[in-house]
Write a protein that binds this ligand. Structure first.
Ligand SMILES: NC(=O)c1ccc[n+]([C@@H]2O[C@H](COP(=O)([O-])OP(=O)(O)OC[C@H]3O[C@@H](n4cnc5c(N)ncnc54)[C@H](O)[C@@H]3O)[C@@H](O)[C@H]2O)c1
Length: 340
């Protein structure tokens, strides 16, 4: 079903590249969604990405309790192309001009292929942009917020699965020790959790040693006998094959798009492994990125929003159990209820 409010597709006048801005919903407020700069076999593949990701942002914002809807910008590069700095600036200016035309119905931030510095460039054409570097008046790195929201989510998972929110004495396998995963591992260790950690980058082993965690290969961590598996690297970790090999009671982490297909949520459910939908768990990033720049909220309000991720998950788990559906289905139903 076609459900998007507005889609603009334009050959950028400065770059000549396809600029796609999809506004899925403004029912709750300004649509939010990052600017993706990526190579696609056909520009239409970029359009498909913009449609899918903008709809997902509507669900994410609704479940994060934000007064916002979902949108997305895609700058579609030809396959194999790496834009020179001049073309990159031109493309970001083109995207900014389209966003400005939307008059505040949509605001953008970083996504695959763009970062906080690029938001400064987009900001030459529009003020409807967030997550600029802290030195440029923005909120800077969103990963501390994502990590804090993830830990709140893990507490809700522990309550649902083990009857207590306390991670002390519980075991967690953290796969990916990057900006978010490294912080999550540290916060869990400080709470007295037992950790197995993994990363493809051997340099991350020093963090494992510092935290007193067991270092493992990503494959070993995935199938470790732990209470909770925490995916914090790339998406697509949960497949029919990997789910069959899991030895954890729950899976909850910040990695985006953890399921290879939506049907894998049923496989987890059938194995009685509690899966916390990733777009609920990882919402701390968009919450913290927009709090200062768009919503002018105090640190206390931001903390309350991050903590509320736990309440949302608790509601999702309860309604899933009540209705005999997966947490994934319950989260989608709740998002639709909130976003109208
Ligand atoms: N940064 C945020 O605020 C934010 C917000 C929402 C969601 N996320 C998602 O959280 C995940 C982590 O984000 P990040 O910002 O920490 O990224 P990052 O690039 O800083 O860290 C990713 C880490 O995973 C490791 N890694 C890559 N492939 C791996 C594999 N196969 N097995 C084990 N480790 C592997 C990398 O070496 C790196 O240390 C991503 O899926 C991201 O989309 C991040």
């Amino acid at each position: 079903m076609f459900s998007h409010e507005r889609i603009i597709i334009r050959r950028g006048p400065e770059s000549g590249l396809p600029i796609i801005v999809a506004v899925h919903s403004t029912a709750l407020g300004t649509a939010l969604g990052g600017c993706r700069l990526k190579a696609y076999p056909q520009w239409q593949d970029g359009l498909a990405d913009a449609l899918r990701l903008s709809a997902a942002m509507t669900d994410k914002c609704a479940l994060a309790g934000l007064p916002n809807g979902g949108g997305k910008t895609v700058i579609a590069l030809p396959t194999g192309a790496t834009p020179d700095p001049g073309l990159r600036v031109a493309a970001l200016h083109d995207a900014g001009s389209v966003i400005e035309e939307l008059g505040g119905h949509y605001a953008t931030g970083p996504d695959v292929g763009t970062g906080p510095d690029d938001m400064v460039t987009i900001g030459h054409r529009t003020n409807h942009v967030f997550c600029r570097p802290a030195g440029a008046g923005g909120s800077g790195d969103s990963s501390p917020g994502t990590a804090a929201g993830t830990v709140a989510a893990l507490r809700a998972v522990c309550r649902a699965r083990f009857g207590s929110t306390d991670p002390a004495g519980r075991s967690f396998a953290v796969v990916g020790l990057g900006r978010v995963g490294g912080r999550v591992a540290r916060l869990l260790a400080e709470s007295g959790a037992k950790l197995v950690v993994a990363d493809v980058d051997p340099a991350k082993r020093s963090l494992a040693d510092e935290l007193g965690a067991t270092w493992a290969t990503p494959e070993e961590a995935l199938t470790a006998a732990v209470d909770v598996l925490v995916p914090a690297a790339l998406g697509g970790l949960l497949t029919p094959t990997s789910v069959a090999a899991l030895r954890c009671a729950a899976v909850a982490g910040p990695a985006n798009n953890q399921l290879d297909t939506p049907a894998t949520a049923d496989l987890l459910h059938n194995r009685d492994i509690l899966w916390a939908p990733d777009y609920v768990v990882s919402a701390g990033g968009v919450i913290s990125a927009t709090a200062v720049e768009l919503h002018h909220e105090s640190p206390q309000q931001v903390t309350a929003r991050l903590d509320a991720i736990a309440d949302t998950l608790t509601e999702v788990f309860a309604s899933a159990q009540r209705d005999g559906v997966t947490p994934s289905a319950a989260a989608t139903a709740e998002a639709r209820r909130r976003a109208g």
